[in-house]
Every structure is written in structure tokens, then in C-alpha cells.
Design a binder for this molecule. Structure first.
Ligand code: C2E
Ligand code: MG
Ligand code: MG
Length: 278
């Protein structure tokens, strides 16, 4: 069940003997994660997002980082699922938001650059989440308009009505709402219509091969046109080459994020963005 829940499509998983081993590994991750969260040993890195209109970044995405005792970084893809299943996601997310607020309040991120924060559906639909999120921002004397909340289509599988209420609370407070990893989940199209969105992020799996895969290219172009028809901005994730960027720009994509522009970096390198001429 947990393996099925962790898959992006959240459909089904077959039992096999490796599951025993896997669940032991997950338990170890959970125990270690509990400790690093309690000790405040997580970090937040930032990745710049660029607009098609001009030089310089318009925003950054905050990405949690966990360095193991042996100095290796553990991928969020491995531990976010564990955090969600174990309830540790509450403390993890509080840590990330607090750290982002401190970095903004301490002027470590340039004025005019907004910050996108990933929020798990399991957290979004918890009672009081949205109110507490806004209160944390205000308690640091920051403006909610400096923030974007990134959610995924998996909210369709949570308590959808509660998630919708939370999104409306965030939006009313002035926070932008972004639909992350668009196209990988479940009922993508109905999500576009039902959610109070400002932005759609096209999943990088479509960008990776859209120059050679005609179906992906048609899909990316349609998503851009459709999102614009709804009045949403479009961000392309995982832009790794100049050719991808130029093609996306031709398709009227509004914003770009990916290794070709900048990799995620620790806060001490955020104040000096690599100036990309685009
Ligand atoms: P995401 O929100 O879609 O974030 C983008 C991921 O793509 C990041 O991986 C980023 O490092 C990676 N990426 C960006 N550009 C490129 C590129 O050009 N090529 C490739 N190959 N990868 C690129 P990361 O940091 O490993 O995070 C993975 C996922 O973990 C995130 O995907 C997000 O769903 C989740 N995550 C990360 N931080 C948090 C957090 O603070 N809270 C929650 N709830 N989830 C988080
Ligand atoms: Mg994201
Ligand atoms: Mg994404």
C-alpha cells in the first residue's frame, strides 16, 4: 500500500519479497529523519527561476536538503514520501517555511525575488494549515505576495474539498498558487479548471525529450496554450539545454527552471545569481 501511495500515479503496487527489505530501509530513514529534524540538521537550498522577459531571476524554488553523517545528500524523492507517511512532514515543512522566512527577513534573497515552497497534499488538507502558514509569514513581517505555494495533482486523492478551502485561504491572503509536476498525475485537466491557480509547472519528464518526441512536443505546446487561456503563467521545469529553452520560448512559455540556467544552491550563493543572458 505504501509503495502504491508513493508512486506518482498512486494506483497499485504488487507485493514481492524486496518489499521486506524496502520497508526496513524506510524505517531506518524514518528514524534518522526524526533525529535530524529534531536537531535542526536539515537545510534549504534554492533554485532560480527565470522569466522570458529579461535578465535575472524572478523567483527561487526552496528545496529541502539532508546531508547524511557520511556527507552524502539524501534525495528528497526518497525521504519526502517517508515524511508524509510518518507524519514527520508537519515538522519538516515548518522548518522549511521558517528557514525561508528567516532568509527573506535577513535580506539574503534579493528584493523582488519571490519564493516558491512545495507543500504536500497531506499537509495542505490538515485543519489550520493555511492559517498557520500565513501567520508564520506575517510574524516575520513579510508580505504573502513574496510567496508561491506549489502543490501537485495528488490533492485529488486527498480530502479535495478541504484542500480547496486551504488553497482559497492562501490565495485570499495574497499567496500565489502553482500546480507542480503538471501532467504526471491524475485528472490533470479537471485540476486546471477547479483549482484557484496562478501558475502551472510542466513536469520535466515532458521537457527532457520534447525535441525528439513529437507527442510530448504537442503536449507541451497545448498545455501552454490551455494554461494561458485560463490566465495562468507557465513554468517549464528541467530545462537542461539552450535548444530546449529556445523552443519553449517560441511556444510562449513564460518562465524557465533547470540546470541550463542554474542548479539548486545553498543560501550563501543566492545573493550572487549567475547572470544569464536570455
Ligand atoms: P519539484 O518540486 O518538482 O522540484 C524540482 C526538482 O527537480 C528538484 O529536485 C530539482 O533539483 C530538480 N531539477 C531542477 N532542474 C533540473 C534539471 O534541469 N534536471 C534535472 N534532472 N533535475 C532538475 P529535488 O531537490 O531532488 O526535489 C525533488 C522533489 O522533492 C521536489 O520536486 C519536490 O516534490 C520534493 N521536495 C523538495 N523539497 C521539498 C519540501 O521542502 N517540501 C516538500 N513537501 N517537498 C519537497
Ligand atoms: Mg516544486
Ligand atoms: Mg516539479
Amino acid at each position: 500500500m505504501y509503495r502504491a501511495k508513493r508512486s506518482k500515479s498512486r494506483k497499485a503496487a504488487l507485493y514481492d519479497s524486496t518489499l521486506e527489505q524496502e520497508s526496513q530501509q524506510l524505517l531506518t530513514i524514518e528514524q534518522k529523519l526524526r533525529r535530524v529534524i529534531a536537531n535542526g540538521e536539515l537545510d534549504v537550498w534554492y533554485q532560480f527561476i527565470y522569466s522570458s522577459e529579461g535578465v535575472g531571476a524572478v523567483s527561487v524554488e526552496a528545496l529541502v536538503r539532508w546531508k547524511d553523517e557520511d556527507g552524502q545528500y539524501i534525495s528528497p524523492q526518497l525521504f519526502i514520501g517517508v515524511a508524509e507517511e510518518s507524519g514527520l512532514i508537519v515538522k519538516l515543512s515548518e522548518f522549511v517555511l521558517k528557514r525561508v522566512c528567516e532568509d527573506l527577513a535577513n535580506k539574503l534573497i534579493d528584493d523582488g525575488i519571490s519564493v516558491s515552497i512545495n507543500v504536500s497534499s497531506s499537509l495542505l488538507c490538515r485543519p489550520h494549515f493555511a492559517i498557520e502558514f500565513v501567520q508564520t509569514i506575517l510574524s516575520h513581517e513579510l508580505s504573502p505576495s513574496q510567496f508561491t505555494v506549489e502543490i501537485t495533482e495528488s490533492i485529488a486523492l486527498s480530502d479535495f474539498e478541504q484542500c480547496l478551502r486551504a488553497l482559497n485561504t492562501l490565495k485570499t491572503a495574497g499567496i500565489r498558487i502553482s500546480l507542480d509536476d503538471f501532467g504526471t498525475g491524475y485528472s490533470s485537466l479537471s485540476m486546471l479548471k477547479q483549482l484557484p491557480l496562478d501558475e502551472v509547472k510542466i513536469d520535466r519528464s515532458f521537457i527532457a525529450d520534447f525535441e525528439t518526441d513529437l507527442a510530448h512536443s504537442a503536449l507541451v505546446e497545448s498545455v501552454i496554450t490551455m494554461s494561458h487561456a485560463f490566465g495562468y503563467d507557465v513554468v517549464a521545469e528541467g530545462v537542461e539545454t539552450q535548444a530546449q529553452y529556445l523552443r519553449l520560448k517560441q511556444m510562449n512559455c513564460d518562465m524557465f527552471q533547470g540546470y541550463w540556467f542554474a542548479k539548486p544552491r545553498p543560501i550563501r550563493h543566492v545573493a550572487q545569481p549567475s547572470c544569464v543572458e536570455i
